[in-house]
Design a protein around this ligand. Structure first.
Ligand SMILES: Cc1cc2nc3c(=O)[nH]c(=O)nc-3n(C[C@H](O)[C@H](O)[C@H](O)COP(=O)(O)O)c2cc1C
Length: 434
């Protein structure tokens, strides 16, 4: 065990905005408030900051620390911890998620707590190794999975493996005797309020949904699995890693996640699959292609086809539609060797949703080099979409014959969506070298 305590990271100049809080019998919040933070993980706006929630659970034969805080709050965190436990009493350190905002104080805590036995998911172990570097081998570490428990005497922690909410390593920890669930990022949000409890703080609905949209939404299928796992539990309190402690009606937050996951309305047409076709067009050539592709695809009764001109510029309204769609086609002319910006804007907005396995297609008119279609195709492949048809390029305005090629392209996209890929006509003369 490494002996010499390192100097803690410099703490913030201003005093800690609040001390520890006993949130339940034997359970104390020892987290940190970060009210001045305005941007999190580069991708999130945090209008009133965030909190890094850490908890101590005291049993008759052991003390557990559940997650820690961001590194710059280490001294504040340790000071709070010292008010509720001695370092040599800490038997268990649970790391539900290894992201630095929850593990920043781990190295310092481990230096001080010689008996802390780390409990982490199997996939968390790899990240932990990277975090602890050369010290890794000097600590006692156990990997835990759903159903495993650790006893603190008269208190028991049960683990639930909930991967990809939102990193591969994530898990939840359930305090059995008190029906208290520690969920780390799941059901959390960036909302800083020293009053701490959901029934005391300001209105944090926006933050809760915003956090879901940007952090959980790309992993909806995993979030669903996590909810399936935690829903059968009796839950009196949810203690997340960020934002308010959910003690009033905790189950409503699970229900709300379910609602956010399933926004889709019942189909009005009865068609099983949906195809969205987006385009931009300076002189109308790509627009003509888009209309012909739509016509071709719409011949299928199995596919509901929608056509959208992106000229308006704002792509945000399309994100929900895209998330629910089965297929997407993007049309863009080549302008200065590239696709048009609104198409890129839309494609880069897809980072918030799961596009894996959706059908993708690209098309567009060009004058001489025509790179745009291939670029869009590569981006769709990068998003792990299924791109079964080579992108369709037409030089300048399409002829009647080329418009028929577009219709045919649309028919093939519909057939792929319906699970019946159409046979393409084989050009025998090309095969025979004529
Ligand atoms: C400003 C400008 C830049 C262009 N740059 C390219 C180019 O780099 N490569 C190319 O193949 N065509 C280029 N073109 C030609 C267009 O791709 C072509 O006119 C196409 O038919 C336009 O399709 P649209 O009517 O759907 O906008 C350019 C056209 C304009 C107006």
């Amino acid at each position: 065990m490494p002996a010499a305590p390192a100097i803690p990271a410099p703490d913030r100049a201003r005093p800690a905005p609040r001390g520890p809080e006993q949130i339940a019998d034997r359970v104390t919040w020892i987290g940190a408030l970060d009210p001045d933070l305005r941007n999190f993980d580069v991708i999130l706006k945090t209008a009133n900051g965030t909190t890094y929630n850490s908890y101590v659970v005291r049993g008759s034969q052991g003390v557990a620390v559940i997650d820690t805080v961001k590194q710059e709050f280490t001294a504040e965190f340790l000071a709070k911890l010292e008010t509720v436990a001695r370092y040599d009493e800490i038997t268990t350190l649970v790391l539900n998620h290894l992201e630095p905002d929850h593990t920043g104080a781990v190295p310092e805590l481990l230096r001080r707590a010689p008996h802390a036995h780390i409990h982490v998911s199997p996939r968390g172990l790899q990240v932990l190794r990277a975090l602890l570097k050369d010290d890794f081998d000097s600590y006692r570490i156990t990997t835990v999975q759903t159903g495993d428990t650790v006893s603190l005497g008269d208190r028991t922690l049960r683990f639930l493996t909930t991967p990809y909410v939102h990193w591969p390593d994530t898990q939840c920890t359930y305090l059995e005797e008190q029906n208290l669930l520690f969920t780390c990022d799941l059901l959390g949000c960036h909302y800083c309020d020293a009053r701490l409890y959901n029934d005391k703080v300001g209105d944090f609905r926006f933050s809760f949904e915003y956090y879901f949209d940007h952090i959980m939404r790309p992993f909806k299928r995993y979030v669903t699995e996590a909810l399936d796992l935690i829903e059968p539990l009796r839950i009196d309190m949810i203690a997340p890693g960020h934002g308010p402690v959910l003690r009033a009606h905790p189950r409503e937050y699970i229900t709300h996640y379910r609602r956010l996951i399933t926004k889709r309305l019942a189909s009005e047409t009865g068609a099983e699959k949906t195809l969205l076709i987006f385009y931009v067009s300076a002189y109308g050539a790509t627009a003509q292609m888009a209309e012909a592709i739509t016509e071709g695809a719409a011949e299928s009764d199995d596919v509901r086809v929608s056509l959208f001109d992106l000229q308006g510029g704002d792509v945000t309204p399309f994100i929900d539609l895209i998330e629910e769609a089965d297929g997407l086609a993007f049309g863009t002319p080549t302008i200065n060797g590239d696709a048009v910006r609104t198409v890129w804007d839309l494609l880069s907005s897809l980072v918030d949703i799961d596009t894996k396995g959706k059908l993708g297609a690209s098309f567009g008119s060009y004058g001489w080099t025509g790179e745009a279609v291939g670029m869009v195709e590569a981006r769709m492949q990068g998003l792990k979409m299924r791109v079964p048809e080579k992108g369709l390029r037409i030089k300048m305005h399409p002829t009647a014959e080329e418009l028929e090629q577009c219709r045919d392209f649309g028919r093939r996209l519909a057939a792929h969506l319906a699970g019946r890929p159409a046979e393409r006509e084989i050009d025998m003369s090309a095969l025979l070298g004529r």
